[in-house]
Design a protein around this ligand. Structure first.
Ligand code: ZN
Length: 215
């Protein structure tokens, strides 16, 4: 095994590629798996349709809202099961209210994700402003109160922070790997990678604490 080293080969908001030497493949594979399925992010999970005169059914609107990726502030919102409210419907500490209030006057228009607003926490916003939600004919309206909460990709794809995470061997070099992760945009790709490693470390610590308690 070569000496331990981590080198950033490529990094921007949506993509990061590391060259990693001297680490066990199973450890790196755990980081990969966590980034794909375990790292919590925000997504809309509860939708109250207050008014909808558009031709799109309420359930379809709710489904579309759930799939809009949301910028997720780092370490701000706990998973509902880790919040001290112990409430299945959540509380202001573990959920974010997101509202939509849109109307068409005399001309038909499309309502886009950019019109979603989180009045209590403006740092939560759609990753893209350009995702269409509904098309309104003249005089049609849509008014929604929705709640986003943290969840994991293994629960539903709408909480998946990374669509792609690839671990590969560096050819001809024993003990060297590349780990490449793409971000949906909830977190920047470097933050996504960092949070995945931290989550793995947290899980390992839980195991070691458990072993320690048994001594
Ligand atoms: Zn709570």
């Amino acid at each position: 095994m070569p000496a331990k080293s981590v080198k950033v080969l490529e990094a921007d908001q949506s993509h990061v590629k590391l060259k990693i030497e001297g680490f066990d493949q199973s450890y790196l594979n755990s980081v990969r798996r966590i980034s794909l399925a375990e790292l919590p992010v925000l997504a809309i999970d509860d939708v109250v349709i207050l008014e909808n005169t558009s031709p799109v059914y309420d359930e379809v609107v709710a489904h579309r809202l759930g799939l809009i990726p949301l910028v997720t502030p780092v370490d701000k919102y706990p998973l509902p099961e880790e919040c001290d409210c112990n409430s299945p419907s959540g509380c202001p500490k573990c959920r974010v209210m997101i509202v939509l209030d849109a109307a068409a006057a005399n001309v038909a228009r499309t309502v886009y994700s950019g019109e979603l607003v989180a009045p209590e926490d403006p740092s939560v916003r759609p990753v893209s402003d350009k995702i269409p939600i509904v098309k309104l004919a003249p005089n049609q309206k849509i008014k929604i109160e929705a709640y986003a909460r943290m969840g994991r990709g293994r629960e539903h794809a709408k909480w998946q922070a990374a669509p792609v995470a690839v671990l590969a061997d560096v050819e001809g070099k024993e003990g060297a790997h590349t780990l490449e992760v793409e971000s949906v945009g909830n977190y920047t790709a470097p933050t996504l990678m960092l949070k995945s490693v931290q989550l793995l470390e947290k899980e390992i610590k839980q195991v070691s604490d458990g072993v320690g308690a048994g001594e």
